[in-house]
Design a protein around this ligand. Sequence first.
Ligand code: NAD
Length: 493
Amino acid sequence: MTTATEAKNPLKDWVPETRTLLLGDRSAEAAGETWDVYNPATEAVIATVTGASSGQVDEAVAAARQAFPAWAALSGEERSRHIHRFADVLEKAADRLLPSIVNEVGTPVSLAEYLQVKMAVDEHLRWAAEAAKTDRTIHLGEFDKPVPTMSDVVHQPVGVVAAITGYNYPLNLAIFKFGAALAAGCTVVLLPSPRTPLTTLFLGDLIKEAGLPQGVMNVVIGGADVGQQLSSHPGVDRVSFTGSDGVGAKIMEQAAANIAGVTLELGGKSPSIVLPGVNVQKIAVEMHLRWSRNGGQGCAALARLLVHEAVYDEFLDAGASAFDQMVVGDPWDRATNIGPMIRPDHQVRVRGFIDGSVAEGGTKLLEVTKSLPEKGWFVNPVLLGGLPHSARAVQQEIFGPVAVIVPFKDTEEAIRLANDTPYGLAANVWCDDLVEGRRVAEQVRAGTVWINGGGAMRPDAPFGGYGKSGVGRELGEWGMREYLEVKHIQWRI
Ligand code: NAD
């Protein structure tokens, strides 16, 4: 007998069978190291995969290099058609992309449907396909010192892009990179996290099905050694990386060997500021359900709550019902909103932040106390308080279902605290006066600042960070520019 959930998700247990790399038009058996891939919700091994050998990394880069001149020479309209066709294929494969992501990342299905699949393809890849058509030439006009001249500025693709992604959003993070890179006229070698390689291996099949010209998109998998080879490869012109700031720093160094440009989308410790006068009854639940989304494994998780002291107690009371609404467990259960941590070492690390904070004098102000499933690397969500702003749990990215709350006396202190971490990826300002909210938003040093919760992740708006949250921007016209060289052409008149 099938349950209602199974009936709705006939492909629930499906994981991609593809284990081959995509090197040019060749699906190649990988010849490097072998490792297991787990379902973090069940601890079961769902695949055993083999990474690229060093020779295969060279082959992938060579294929991308060879494909580059012809792809770059296509008109924007032609590239747009190719990208739209690829999006059509991805849309048709959504029923398989979804279980692939749920089973390898552990994202609850109710969240994954839109955030991990539909948004990535319908919004972001389609936007990039349209952006391919834009003529970015700027006519600067006349300049007459010492002789009269005219100038144009044109934009041309940078070349071969190494696109290296983190584990938490395997499809989105890849699309943010290759959508813009392909639209700009670049060719790509894609390398996913070794913890979640299956969706990207499956992409290799879909790239072929979409009929993208040979070598325009290549797929390799592997660990740090493959990432290192790729990001320091003399055949790579730009490295676009999403992951931790520690690895980001290494990538910068590795790419420096070839003076290759880098785009780095790194971690954060993003604040959510509750200004005086805000009706906390209306916002507390939303705030807690937001930072705990994807089990807190989101780069822009607003997990540092800065709350005005006048509403602090009321805010805590109002938030208690959010913790009642948190359901930790089976990602395929539509009631679940908190899935597992990606691996047991990460589960231990997240719990270490909780226990360490309590040992340092912090308090668990709110927590889910229900018993956890026997299998799976789950952590019950916790709100920590009573910690100084300098505490480890307040300063560092935890990347789990743990938030910290810090009270402030006045708005200037809130702004100072908001800016008092090495990061600057995102922030939110809750206010009852938009003028004041906007004033605060302007002063918070972060790449994205939402006011009163903001809205959807727009494909036409930049995303990226200040400070240790990164270098450069993805999405929108700013994301396109990461993959374009700028050329000044000047002639005498
Ligand atoms: P990670 O840094 O551990 O790994 C990311 C990738 O780097 C993996 O593919 C890995 O194989 C590769 N890698 C490891 N060592 C390398 C090396 N020396 N050279 C080249 N590549 C190497 O990150 P993660 O744990 O997979 O992802 C979580 C992190 O990503 C968090 O810090 C999160 O905030 C960040 N993130 C940022 C954004 C953003 O847009 N700013 C989005 C999602 C995740």
